[in-house]
Write a new protein. Structure first.
Length: 424
């Protein structure tokens, strides 16, 4: 592989606070030099950045890939295409596939399929319970040895307190954490939208927002009991964030992420029974959306994940209550997060940290930073360039974007994986 020199770029490294104009040299898949004055060796490939932003490749903490079992919705190859177009170079894959990633061989399959794409590193979660069914514990130790980055039942909440206690204790012994879908199953069963005036007016079965905070409170208590590390996924309510904020202040091993719909949209997006906006957890009231924005700003939220849930037309062309929940999120992850920068809620480095250095620190990765010797996983983007999200024209198979029709500022111009250009 030839050396690569990216010139005239705005170098952004949230890990160190670097924000300067200059260049970056890649050699043998790693960053060899960066700064205001970087010389290119003879024969190096040159890419002119024309003042665009160069940042570490994004690390997506949570995505469902469909494969194995639902390749008609998304394959690892099609997800890699969408991820590269969105500037994502590392993707954490949920285990609630069919079959579930509850066997070491299946984890190795997902890792190898990611390697074959050449565009994205797949880091699979291991299932907490067999089949993600919430009953019999999976072999967490064997899954960790096979490459599991952490443990979760994906979109299925671990409803049993005893099972969650065991999972936190075992994961602690393996130096790992447990990711919870924070939604009390008994309160959420059969629901289609956030309980309240809008759901009542639309005749939809409601899910009380307290379903989230109840499970968060329980699992914080279990983290205190076991000394384990619990991570709450796609947190969407102010009440749950208040509990997480207090747990962090207490020094408990508690972290969380959210997803772009929960700080960019509110429950009114489901108006006219728009099934693309049916998500799990459901979109919330405006007060909760503002609470999520505030938690991004004060550091309570550790990362922003795409929460990519591919669905096909047959999943969504149903009455709202029967339609499958979930939204495509890979290609829009950066653009929707940058909307909070343009809105004045976050600084550019703060927003990028939620997509790069902070998830990297949570997972113990060497990626997510611009530093000499670090892997050359890079994204080049123009934060001012506008585009419109159009379902049917997105990269990858999944087109079920809750942001369909949304105008965004912030377009990916190029993505590099280990120094090799995979998009743009």
């Amino acid at each position: 592989m030839r050396d690569l020199l990216l010139t005239d770029v705005r170098l952004l490294d949230p890990a160190t606070g670097l924000d300067t104009q200059g260049g970056l040299l890649v050699r043998d898949g790693r960053i060899a030099a960066l700064g205001a004055e970087v010389e290119a060796p003879e024969g190096a490939e040159r890419v002119a950045g024309r003042g665009a932003c160069l940042a570490p490749g994004l690390i997506d903490l949570r995505a469902s890939l469909g494969e194995p079992g639902a390749e008609h919705r998304e394959t690892i190859a099609s997800a890699a295409q969408a991820a590269a177009a969105g500037g994502i170079t590392t993707l954490c894959a949920l285990p609630d596939t069919e079959p579930a990633l509850d066997d070491p061989a299946l984890l190795q399959f997902a890792i190898r399929r990611g390697e074959l794409t050449g565009a994205v590193t797949i880091l699979p979660y291991g299932a907490v319970t067999r089949g993600c069914a919430g009953k019999e514990m999976a072999e967490l130790g064997l899954l960790k040895e096979a490459g599991a980055i952490a443990f979760t039942d994906g979109a299925h909440a671990i409803g049993s307190a005893r099972t969650m206690r065991l999972a936190l204790s075992y994961a602690r012994g393996f130096g790992a954490f447990v990711v919870q879908h924070p939604e009390d199953p008994s309160l959420a069963a059969g629901g289609a939208a956030t309980e309240g005036e809008l759901a009542t007016r639309m005749g939809l079965p409601g899910i009380p927002p307290a379903a989230e905070s109840i499970l968060v409170a329980r699992d914080i208590a279990l983290a205190r009991l076991t000394g384990g590390h619990v991570h709450f996924a796609h947190v969407s309510t102010g009440a749950a964030l208040d509990l997480i904020r207090a747990a962090k202040a207490e020094g408990l091993r508690v972290t969380c992420d959210t997803a772009p719909p929960y700080f960019d949209l509110n429950e009114t997006a489901i108006g006219d029974f728009r099934t693309y906006a049916k998500l799990s957890p459901p979109l919330r009231a405006e007060a909760d959306r503002l609470a999520v924005v505030a938690a991004l700003r004060d550091g309570t939220i550790d990362a922003v994940a795409s929460d990519h849930q591919p669905r096909d037309a047959d999943d969504k062309r149903l009455p709202f209550a029967q339609a499958a929940a979930g939204g495509a999120g890979l290609a829009t992850l950066l653009g929707v997060t940058l909307a909070r920068v343009h809105g004045g809620d976050l600084g550019l480095l703060e927003a990028l940290a939620l997509l790069t250095s902070r998830p990297a620190a949570l997972l113990g990765l060497e990626t997510g930073r611009l530093a000499v010797g670090a892997p050359a996983d890079l994204v080049l983007f123009d934060p001012e360039r506008s585009w419109r999200v159009t379902a049917g024209s997105l990269p990858g198979k999944a087109q079920n974007s809750p942001f369909d029709g949304r105008a965004l500022e912030g377009r990916v111009m190029g993505t590099w994986k280990a120094g090799r250009r995979v998009f743009g």
